[in-house]
Design a protein around this ligand. Structure first.
Ligand SMILES: [Zn+2]
Length: 116
């Protein structure tokens, strides 16, 4: 299936999948997960629900996600404060300066151009 992601609690940008990350925002691939049950995991997000040792695909309830950098900037909060929003760009379909081409890809994603 496709990529999916959540938005960082701090800055509202998605946790990025590690594919074709534009130069300068590679840090948005590194994230911290906080769960309601007290679980805390830090690692690279694979774009398909795996973050370090955690699996976010199904059954992970309302994960709270931060970019590691944002989390550190916020004083490394250890306590769950509420779920992150689901990322509409799926951690992949984004980009400030690629305009029309990106929109074509988004409209075209029914057949999964980027699926393996
Ligand atoms: Zn952030």
């Amino acid at each position: 299936m496709g990529l999916f992601s959540w938005n960082c609690k701090q800055c509202g940008e998605s946790i990025k999948a590690p594919y074709d990350i534009p130069e300068g925002i590679e840090w948005q691939n590194e994230a911290v997960l906080l769960c309601e049950d007290g679980t805390m995991v830090c690692g690279d997000y694979d774009g398909y629900g795996r973050l370090g040792s955690a699996e976010l695909a199904n059954g992970t309830k309302d994960p709270e996600l931060w970019h590691k950098k944002c989390w550190e900037g916020a004083g490394q909060p250890m306590k769950y404060s509420g779920p992150s929003d689901y990322a509409e760009d799926q951690g992949f379909f984004y980009g400030d300066d690629c305009g029309a081409e990106c929109f074509e890809v988004v409209e075209d994603d029914g057949e999964g151009v980027y699926d393996d």
